[in-house]
Design a protein around this ligand. Structure first.
Ligand SMILES: NC(=O)c1ccc[n+]([C@@H]2O[C@H](COP(=O)([O-])OP(=O)(O)OC[C@H]3O[C@@H](n4cnc5c(N)ncnc54)[C@H](O)[C@@H]3O)[C@@H](O)[C@H]2O)c1
Ligand SMILES: O=C(O)C[C@H](O)C(=O)O
Ligand SMILES: [Mg+2]
Length: 476
């Protein structure tokens, strides 16, 4: 079986065929024989002797694409005019734009949306700042803030390179929950500076979604902002991931018929996601959790430079196991990977308890390739959309913010996160539940509605809502 490290790349080859010399069938066989997968063909131009076609071909990686391009070019009667990567094409000029809600058609309209009449709106908000929720975009707008230090599993690639991910998150906020979101990538890694910038931009927003900020700084930044702001501040890589992980685990344990409290769980990568997932699992009643870092299993008897690891060692690993992943994973029921590619080996899985549950959630390349793990596991999930069971925070952040905004919540608290996790888990009905369907699809529109309703209700019940009469509107 072909094992690839990334998702298949879709390339559009613009080919000019000399129809006196060759035919399209020759292209198809050359591509097919060399492992390419033709998924679409468009005719661009036809003349007496030539035909120009755009042929969309899925290849394994860039080298594979280059190889197919040279083979086609070497063939008599075929000229490769251009090759475009479809993923780059969808990113040209960015992925989002600002669209006005109404048209300014005449001077009268202009005087209302802008000077002079807008001044009355400004004064009304000046007199009563809570009116910002009624009279500005604040009520439905979230800032997606990153410093580019932990972008997916790519690491510290900087604020410019982080933008495509943040634009993607903004797109998903809009498409799935009709929440407007702005990507804001900051050219600073100074935690206090980040806090003060986010605080300063907060008036425009109803919520702050922190994204891809490396640990341990992310904990300080989030805590400080939560203290300073009266709108929800939510580090997606921590809490969004933890919510979806818990949802997946609730359903996976139904399949293997093991009670939560009995589970032994190994978490690899004790950063933002790993810490939050662990806290969520502890809250769900799991007692035996072991955290594995590059230095080995976190245990008591050692003082770590990273303070959160000292907390971790205190609150997990009841038997105070030492050593590496191989020793930690013996007899484990669940593997949770939020680290990087290639961490988990088949040998590790073979040493797990019966019916192993493996959640290899590193992006874009999981801790083990699903094709390698599949024969040895009972339930397998990744963070990616191209395999079954996508455990990804996209199942949480649109709905949890929608619910929080709907309730005009001050914060997103534990009750709201738990409500979101159960709403996601319950979106898969018992009769639908299988090893390959423990978590609903991102495209299941029931999920956002279920999550936002449950979260808004939990906000009211836990006393953090500014608005108690909640009726959501969904424009999809
Ligand atoms: N599927 C999802 O929804 C989801 C959500 C959040 C994060 N993630 C993924 O989880 C990973 C971590 O993200 P984060 O935000 O927690 O980043 P982070 O930088 O806060 O933490 C990553 C941690 O993993 C550790 N690590 C890296 N390689 C390791 C290895 N081989 N063994 C042990 N530890 C290792 C790092 O030292 C660091 O402590 C990334 O790949 C990210 O894409 C997935
Ligand atoms: O961006 C994603 O796909 C999930 C998560 O936020 C991550 O950082 O990997
Ligand atoms: Mg992220």
């Amino acid at each position: 079986m072909e094992v690839h490290n990334g998702a298949a790349i879709s390339l559009i080859f613009r080919l000019e065929l000399n129809t006196n010399v060759t035919s399209f069938a020759r292209v198809a066989s050359l591509v097919g024989d060399n492992g390419g997968d033709i998924i679409a063909v468009d005719v661009i131009r036809v003349s007496k002797e030539t035909m120009v076609r755009d042929v969309t071909i899925n290849v394994n990686n860039r080298d594979h694409g280059h190889k197919i391009a040279s083979l086609l070019n070497e063939e008599n009667g075929i000229t490769v005019v251009a090759v475009s990567d479809r993923t780059f094409l969808v990113h040209l000029g960015g992925k989002i734009e600002v669209t006005p809600k109404l048209q300014v058609k005449n001077r009268d309209d202009l005087s209302r949306v802008y000077t002079p009449h807008v001044a009355r709106i400004c004064e009304a908000i000046h007199e009563d700042p809570s009116k910002a929720f009624q009279l500005t975009i604040k009520r439905n707008t979230v800032a997606v803030v990153s410093d580019g230090t932990a972008v997916l599993g790519l690491g510290d690639i900087g604020p410019r390179a982080a933008m495509p991910v943040m634009e993607g998150k903004a797109m998903l906020f809009k498409q799935f929950a009709n929440v407007d979101a702005f990507p804001i990538c900051l050219d600073t890694k100074d935690p206090d500076e980040i806090v003060s910038i986010v605080k300063a931009i907060a008036p425009a927003f109803g919520g702050i979604n922190l994204e891809d900020i490396a640990s341990p700084r992310c904990f300080y930044i989030e805590e400080k902002l939560k203290q300073e702001l009266d709108i929800p501040v939510f580090h997606d890589d921590q809490h969004g991931t933890a919510v979806v992980l818990l949802a997946g685990l609730i359903n996976a344990t139904k399949i293997v018929q093991k009670p939560m409290e009995s589970l032994k769980v190994v978490v690899v990568g004790i950063g933002a996601a790993g810490v939050a997932c662990t806290k969520m699992m502890l809250a769900a009643g799991i007692k035996n959790i072991l955290g594995v870092t590059l230095e080995g299993v976190l245990h008591r008897g050692k003082t770590y430079e990273n303070d959160i690891w000292n907390w971790y060692a205190e609150h997990t690993n009841p038997e105070n196991v030492e050593g590496d992943l191989a020793s930690a994973i013996q007899g484990a029921d669940v593997f949770v990977g939020v680290s990087g590619p290639g961490v988990l080996k088949v040998e590790h899985i073979k040493s797990m308890a019966k019916d192993p549950i493996v959640f290899a959630m590193a992006n874009p390349t999981p801790e083990i390739q699903p094709e390698l793990a599949a024969p040895y596991v009972r339930v397998l999930a990744t963070g990616r959309s191209d395999y079954p069971n996508q455990i990804n925070n996209v199942l949480c952040f649109p709905g949890i913010f929608k619910g929080a905004l709907q309730a005009r919540a001050y914060t997103i608290n534990e009750e709201m996160k738990l409500a979101a996790a159960h709403a996601i888990a319950n979106s898969v009905k018992d009769e639908e539940l299988t090893e390959d369907y423990i978590i609903p699809s991102v495209f299941n529109t029931r999920v956002v509605k279920a999550v936002s309703d449950a979260v808004a209700k939990a906000a009211v019940a836990s006393g953090v809502a500014r608005r108690e009469s909640i009726s959501a509107t969904y424009n999809f």
